[in-house]
Design a protein around this ligand. Structure first.
Ligand SMILES: [Zn+2]
Length: 276
C-alpha cells in the first residue's frame, strides 16, 4: 500500500522554519478564489492580494537534516545553464516553424513547453522564447532543491504574517500597525464599497469590458477613491450630494473620479434612504 500524503510539514519562508500543514482555507476564501475575476483583488480596495502577488514569486528550498530548510540562491551558473537550454529549444522551435521536422512538431513543442492560455494566440518565436526562458529558469533552479511558493504554505500559527488571500499589503491587519489601522478604517465600509462597485458596473456596463481584469481594477479603484472622499471627516461631499447643491460633473472633478462613479454614489444613497 502506498503511503498517503508525503509531507505533513512545510517550510514557512516568513518564519524561516518548518510548520505543520493543515488546510485552513475557509469557505469565504474558497469562494473568493473560485471567482475568476475577483480572486486576485483585495477585499477592501483595487490592489492585488498578497497571495496573488506571491503566486508569481516562487522560491527553491533545500531540506536539511533534522527538519531544517534553507533557501537555494538563484546563482549565475543556474541562470547560464537555464539560458543554454532555452536557446537550444528556441533554435529547435524556429526549425520546426520552417518545416524541418514533421508538420506537428511546433505545436507539440508549444503544448509541451508553453501555457497556451497565456500565449493568447501569439505563437511567434519571440513569444515562445519568453515562455521557455522563464520555464527553464524555474526548472533548472528547482533541480537544486524543492520548488515552493509562499502560498503553498497554509496552516501557520496565529499571528504569522503569511500572504493574505483576502487583503493587499496595505490592508492586511497582520502586516503592520499601519495596515491594521487602514484595515479597521475601511472594513466598516466594506459593504458600502461592494455596493459602489456594483453601481459603477451597472452604470458603465455598455462601455467597460467585464471580461477584462483591467476594467475590474479600474472600477474598484474609482469606487475606492469615491468612498474615501465621501468618508473623509473633512469632506462635506456627503451633504452636498444629499442636498443636490453641486452638479455631478462638479463633484466628479473635485474628487478626481468619473461622473459615472458619482452618479453611482448618488443612486446608492437613494436606495439606502428608500429601503431604510
Ligand atoms: Zn487593499
Amino acid at each position: 500500500m502506498e503511503k498517503c500524503e508525503k509531507e505533513s510539514t512545510t517550510y514557512d519562508p516568513f518564519l524561516e522554519r518548518l510548520v505543520r500543514e493543515t488546510d485552513t482555507s475557509s469557505d469565504r476564501i474558497r469562494a473568493k478564489l473560485s471567482n475568476r475575476y475577483e480572486w486576485c483583488f483585495c477585499e477592501l480596495c483595487w490592489r492585488s492580494t498578497e497571495y496573488s502577488i506571491s503566486m508569481a514569486a516562487p522560491k527553491v528550498f533545500k531540506r536539511l537534516q533534522r527538519g531544517n530548510v534553507k533557501v537555494v540562491p538563484l546563482t549565475d551558473s543556474i541562470r547560464t545553464a537555464a539560458q543554454k537550454k532555452a536557446d537550444a529549444l528556441v533554435a529547435r522551435y524556429e526549425k520546426a516553424l520552417n518545416g524541418e521536422f514533421d508538420r506537428h512538431e511546433h505545436s507539440r513543442m508549444l503544448t509541451r513547453y508553453c501555457d497556451m492560455l497565456e500565449m493568447q494566440g501569439d505563437f511567434s518565436v519571440a513569444a515562445f522564447r519568453e515562455h521557455v526562458e522563464r520555464r527553464m529558469l524555474i526548472s533548472t533552479w528547482a533541480k537544486h532543491g524543492e520548488l515552493l511558493r509562499p502560498t503553498d504554505l497554509p496552516g501557520q500559527p496565529e499571528g504569522a504574517a503569511k500572504p493574505s488571500k483576502l487583503y493587499c499589503e496595505a490592508h492586511n491587519p497582520r502586516r503592520s500597525d499601519d495596515s491594521r489601522r487602514t484595515y479597521q478604517r475601511d472594513r466598516r465600509f466594506a459593504r458600502q464599497y461592494e455596493d459602489l462597485i456594483a453601481q459603477i458596473w451597472s452604470q458603465e456596463v455598455a462601455t467597460l469590458p467585464s471580461w477584462n481584469i483591467e476594467a475590474h481594477a479600474y472600477v474598484r479603484r474609482e469606487a475606492y477613491r469615491l468612498l474615501q472622499a465621501l468618508k473623509s471627516p473633512t469632506s462635506e461631499m456627503d451633504d452636498l450630494l444629499t442636498q443636490g447643491i453641486m452638479s455631478q460633473a462638479e463633484i466628479a472633478r473635485k474628487l478626481g473620479v468619473s461622473r459615472q462613479a458619482v452618479s453611482a454614489a448618488i443612486k446608492q444613497r437613494r436606495q439606502k434612504q428608500t429601503s431604510g
